[in-house]
Design a protein around this ligand. Structure first.
Ligand code: CTP
Length: 402
């Protein structure tokens, strides 16, 4: 009973693989999960709601209202009740609607209302699966942090052979169990994460800033929180948001404010991930009034900001983990190694602005992790949430060795 007490919303869409959802449902119930099934109208052409309600022990939700008594099937309630939503099988049409918020059935509204993570198991013909439109939609779902259970190569309902067969129910169940295990790995741990840029005030309307969007730092905070940790996220000015219950966000503006929040929070934590693009210099004086244009050149004298990571490196105890980032444009490895040692980090995450798809603003990143034993791990280009999960795995490895 590895899923005892877990609440799972199982979404089923109109694919021939819908019959496998019955095996999936039976397996989830056997593992102790409580399952609420949501079916699209097309799914009911492939498998009956009677089968699914008999296996789950609950009425299937499919329409917004029950016609005869007007009962409202609340997608909002399901979104709050679930610990996980699993959509299996997910057709190309459903994946497209999920990616673009086309709410023409209860399953899509439930997806958009979902407070918990979502796992998607696509099922379709090979040409549909590899079509760029479908691949793009899958990428969009990944960028939202949804987990994709890749389909298998094999014989398809069309008789063709290729990639598109929904993964087998027992494998999907193992993925679900792994997901819940991961949630427990950092239970009772507390982490500090910095994210975003800092803005250094020149006068009441102007500042020195940078292009950091905060997306990577927020993804790391969410991944730590998904693993059960409590996270203090000290964030510079960004538009990205999180409403994860385990994350408390402390908004700051300047490097100095970020420094002050971090030195207070760090001693109570099990570690910190320094993801912010902190300004290295700040104006020596901030003008109280807007600086007026004059005939002469304007000279703004800058002074160095505190190096937050280096300061935490000095405070760090043997049990704490400290992780830094290096965004480099040249001599990447040497610079990253130098920073790791100088700031007393346990490992450093290197991303190069020379890699397309990596760096500021985008939803993807390509990283290399370098640790104190000089072990280098190169990762593929991935969504920032998948990169965050790789970084959290490395944190778990470092903690285990302490
Ligand atoms: N960092 C920090 N405080 C600063 C500057 C950087 O905490 N004032 C952290 C960043 O969050 C990152 C790491 O230190 O984790 C490396 O940042 P980077 O700007 O690449 O390094 P610098 O020390 O500024 O070195 P350089 O200017 O030589 O690139």
């Amino acid at each position: 009973m590895r899923l005892k007490g877990k609440h799972i919303v199982l979404g089923i869409t109109g694919s021939i693989a819908a019959y496998k959802a019955a095996y999936l449902l039976r397996g989830l119930v056997k593992e102790g999960a409580e399952v609420q099934v949501v079916m699209t109208p097309a799914a009911k052409e492939f498998i009956t709601p009677v089968t699914m309600s008999a296996l789950s022990g609950k009425p299937v939700a499919s329409e917004f209202f029950t016609a005869n008594d007007g009962t409202w099937h609340s997608h909002v309630d399901m979104g709050q009740w679930a610990d996980l939503m699993v959509i299996a099988p997910a057709t190309a049409a459903t994946i497209g609607k999920m990616a673009h918020a086309v709410c023409d059935n209860l399953l899509i509204t439930t997806y958009l209302s979902m407070k918990s993570p979502v796992m998607v198991a696509p099922a379709m013909d090979l040409d549909m699966f590899r079509h760029p439109a479908n691949q793009k939609n899958i990428e969009i779902l990944r960028s939202y942090g949804n987990m994709i259970v890749e389909p298998r190569e094999g014989e398809l309902a069309s008789g063709l052979i290729g990639k598109g067969r929904m993964e087998e129910p027992d494998v999907i169940i193992e993925e679900i169990v792994k997901f819940f295990d991961r949630k427990k790995k950092l239970l009772n741990k507390h982490f500090l994460v910095t994210a975003g840029p800092t803005f250094e005030r020149i006068d009441p309307v102007r500042f020195i800033g940078n292009h950091s969007s905060g997306k990577m730092g927020y993804a790391i905070a969410e991944s730590l929180a998904d693993s059960g940790a409590l996270v203090t996220l000290v964030s510079g000015p960004v538009t990205v948001k999180t409403n994860h219950p385990n994350i408390s966000v402390v908004k700051v503006m300047s490097a100095d404010e970020m420094y002050r929040q971090c030195v207070v929070a760090f001693p109570g934590t099990d570690g910190a991930v320094m993801c912010a693009a902190v300004a290295d210099f700040t104006p020596e004086n901030t003008a109280n009034q807007k600086i007026k244009r004059g005939a002469d050149d304007l000279v703004i004298r800058l002074k160095p900001t505190p190096d937050i990571a280096a300061e935490l490196g000095k405070m760090k105890t043997d049990k704490q983990v400290l992780v830094g980032f290096a965004l480099e444009t040249q001599d990447e490895l040497e610079n990253a190694l130098r920073k790791m040692k100088k700031k007393n980090l346990d490992f450093i995450v290197l991303n190069s602005l020379n890699d397309p798809g990596a760096g500021f603003g985008v939803d993807t990143n390509k990283i290399t992790i370098i640790d104190r034993n000089n072990i280098q791990q190169n990762f593929e280009l991935k969504s920032k949430s998948e990169v965050a999960a790789d970084i959290v795995d490395k944190i778990l490895e470092v903690i285990a060795g302490k």
